[in-house]
Design a protein around this ligand. Structure first.
Ligand SMILES: *Cc1c(COP(=O)(O)O)cnc(C)c1O
Length: 717
């Protein structure tokens, strides 16, 4: 049971009460017409709510709602959308319904430490979270009975605040639980459901919230409740806490607590999917349940193996959570005893071969315990097989059972609605169902029908929108007296919409080499401040609050952005998040990606850019090895690692810019359109979209994993 607190919405007229339900289902966020229903009530209130309809409906002056009730045109649109929403939620027919026999329709539990869903829910750090969010949305669209489990990070917002000398500080902002699109899940007594994490010493409790993502519920765990000891209350405050013990507690809560919550809710689960190793203790809890039901250890492990899949995202052993035995033991004493597992057996399961001294490795444990394992791109598959081959010492590396499913992005979330409208006008005539079948490459051949001029104009419209947003934010801060003039320049005051614009925005992890392009500053300068063919770069991204190295890289870039020698052609966009990502991947001309191989497991931001006609300039690592076809963007870094890899990769970028990218962009016909460039945009859209959308990815998960597991045994595990 969970309920929207309707009293907060007393002032919403009965005729428009559907808006309240809509505001609590993120379905609106990937249906532009639904978003318009809120926006049209009052643009100012929409803006002030920061695109959060729950907050907006709570604060909007009632006269705007009354006016909407009197407006036949608004009501007409309202009725259409509410009807469409109702049909989506209740629809019987779905892709999944046709693929999988209804007897097998029990749930798939999906566990992730982070979810990137929408700006109003600060539950993400970067790519891993957006992947999880896109997975939920796509499962909803395909009718897959997935159930998500994650955290309610109340202090997930760290607003980036960059000082004049370029050092990243952060302003902590608390999530307003009453104004976020989340509801309390209620227990039998009518109060919020609180579940004990079993057998952990001292006892640990979680309260449960829910976000509705279309048809997929996401249950969020919250430890900030009275029943918990003070040190437990902060477990769920924020993502990836640096303190090891607190991080261990987080993972106990997510895996073991998360699984108990699904049990309490009476959800019948057949498959369990772990997004990375953080939730891996869920597997332990599954084994414990089997033991409790009377199976011996071997049978219990076998039963768990049969229905679990772990997706690993990391190529960096140091990035995987490992907990020292001395830290872990006290928590699990009663737990292991109750399930009849010896301490040594437990630590054997979590040993990275040859590294027992590191302690308990979450990914090693998950790979040993789950039956199915996958990496997130073809290249990452081979990296992961090499990295983990010692887990299967008797098997040749090529046969190590770690397969790959390349990541993809949720098209309705990342394709700009206007760009989508353009596609509809030119594809829709021949292929009215193109949106439903957007993972079918044949449909995308029709992109050739787009008139160059329309595509170019639409792209430039989005580019202007990005620039206007950047400048408007700066203008507001300036007017409020909050900004130093130097920061105005560094943050984009001098950006010029007619100049070729590169974008680089993502987490500031060291291996992503955000400052690589500054290797040869003189050469870069010549490229940027060329008066006839200028180039500019917009950067964005946050360093983890504990990552001083990342902050130093950020500072270096920020100082270049302030440096007059670069002529205001470098900008750093503050506070990169879900919203600014949308503007960036829609509005720049070229998306730059230059991580140090082989650390990029997949990467998804380049896919978001490509489906909007933004061209990728990327090193051959992660997804781009599969995505690049010689005609849909630019690639470098193929050769075996040279001595000075950074210098060589930067030189490759300058070469491509000087010889190919800049000339192509500025080669205009009499009509002012760079037809060569537009041809490449079309090639990028049609080659990348069907292959790297979440629809293709999720269908692979169903066919290769979920389906094997479903219906093996009816009822609970
Ligand atoms: C997609 C996305 C990412 C992931 O970017 P990568 O380049 O794949 O690392 C990170 N942050 C935000 C806000 C995103 O939307």
């Amino acid at each position: 049971m969970q309920e929207i607190d309707r009293e907060r919405f007393d002032h919403v007229p009965e005729r428009l009460s559907g808006l309240v339900d809509l505001s609590y289902n993120l379905w609106w966020s990937w249906h532009p017409a639904a978003k318009m229903l809120f926006k049209q009530l009052n643009r100012q209130a929409w803006k002030e709510s920061i695109h959060n309809p729950v907050r907006m409906l709570q604060h909007i002056p009632p006269e705007f709602l009354e006016a909407a009730c009197e407006d036949p045109e608004y009501l007409h649109r309202y009725d259409i959308i509410i009807d469409r929403f109702g049909r989506y939620m209740n629809s019987r027919g779905s892709w999944y319904g046709e693929e999988i026999h209804p007897d097998q329709h029990s749930s798939i539990a999906y566990f992730s430490a982070e979810y990137g869903l929408q700006h109003s829910l600060p539950f993400f750090a970067g790519g891993l979270g957006f992947l999880a969010g896109d997975q939920l949305k796509e499962c909803s669209d395909l009718g897959i009975p997935l159930v998500g489990v994650g955290f309610m990070y109340a202090q997930g917002y760290l607003d980036q605040d960059i000082s004049t000398d370029g050092w990243q500080g952060s302003i902590e902002e608390l999530l307003d639980r009453d104004a976020a699109p989340i509801t309390r899940v209620l227990g039998g007594d009518g109060g919020q459901l609180v579940v004990q994490v079993p057998l952990i010493d001292p006892p640990m409790y979680v309260a449960v919230w829910k976000v509705q993502v279309g048809r997929v519920p996401l249950y969020l765990l919250d430890t900030d409740i009275d029943s918990n000891r003070p040190e437990y209350r902060t477990i769920s405050h924020r993502l990836y806490i640096g303190d090891r013990e607190q991080r261990l507690r987080q993972e106990i809560v997510l895996g073991i607590g998360g699984w108990r919550v699904l049990r309490h809710l009476g959800i019948s689960v057949s498959a369990v999917h772990l997004n990375e190793g953080h939730p891996a203790f869920a597997l332990l809890e599954l084994i414990r349940e089997e033991r409790e039901a009377g199976k011996d250890m071997e049978e219990a492990m076998e039963a768990v193996r049969n229905r679990t899949v772990i997706t690993t995202h990391s190529s960096v052993p140091a990035a995987i959570d490992t907990f020292p035995a001395a830290l872990i033991e006290p928590y699990f004493k009663s737990y292991l005893h109750a399930m009849g597992m010896e301490n040594t057996d437990f630590f054997d399961l979590g040993e990275r071969p040859g590294h027992r001294d590191e302690g308990f490795n979450m990914t090693a444990f998950a790979l040993r315990t789950a039956g199915y394992h996958n990496a997130v791109s073809k290249k990452h598959g081979s990296v992961a097989r090499q990295m983990w081959r010692q887990l299967w010492p008797d098997i040749p590396e090529d046969f190590v059972p770690i397969d790959f499913i390349t990541n993809g992005v949720h098209l309705p979330t990342w394709l700009n609605p206007r760009m989508g409208g353009l596609y509809s006008r030119h594809i829709g005539g021949t292929c009215p169902y193109w949106k439903q079948e957007h993972d079918n490459p044949a449909i995308w051949e029709l992109i050739d029908e787009l008139p160059d001029q329309e595509l170019w104009e639409q792209h430039n419209w989005l580019k202007n929108k990005l620039f206007n947003r950047i400048k408007e934010r700066k203008r507001r801060k300036w007017a409020e007296g909050l900004d130093d003039p130097l920061n105005l320049v560094a943050e984009g005051l001098m950006l010029d919409p007619s100049a070729l614009t590169l974008g680089f925005a993502r987490r500031f992890s060291t291996y992503k080499r955000a400052d690589l392009i500054f290797q040869d500053q003189e050469r870069l300068k010549r490229i940027l401040i060329n008066p006839l063919m200028p180039v500019q770069i917009i950067f964005g991204g946050k360093a983890h609050p504990d990552d001083d190295e990342g902050k130093r890289i950020l500072q270096r870039i920020y100082r270049f952005a302030q440096d007059p020698a670069f002529g205001g052609r470098i900008a750093f966009l503050e506070d990169y998040g879900e919203q600014s990502a949308q503007y960036m991947v829609h509005g720049v001309d070229v998306w730059l990606n230059n991580p140090l191989p082989p650390w990029e497991a997949c990467g998804t931001s380049g896919m978001k850019a490509a489906l909007n006609g933004v061209l990728n300039l990327s090193i051959l690592d992660g997804w781009w090895i599969e995505g690049y076809n010689g005609r849909n963007g630019w690639a470098f870094g193929e050769q075996s690692p040279p001595v000075d890899r950074d210098a060589a990769d930067a030189a490759a970028i300058y070469d491509l810019l000087e010889r190919e990218i800049v000339p192509l962009y500025y080669r205009r016909s009499l009509d002012g359109i760079p037809h060569g460039w537009v041809a490449m945009m079309k090639e990028s859209i049609k080659s990348v979209t069907p292959a790297f959308c979440a629809r293709r990815m999720v269908k692979e998960y169903v066919h290769r994993y979920y389906r094997n597991v479903l219906g093996r045994e009816s009822g609970p595990l």
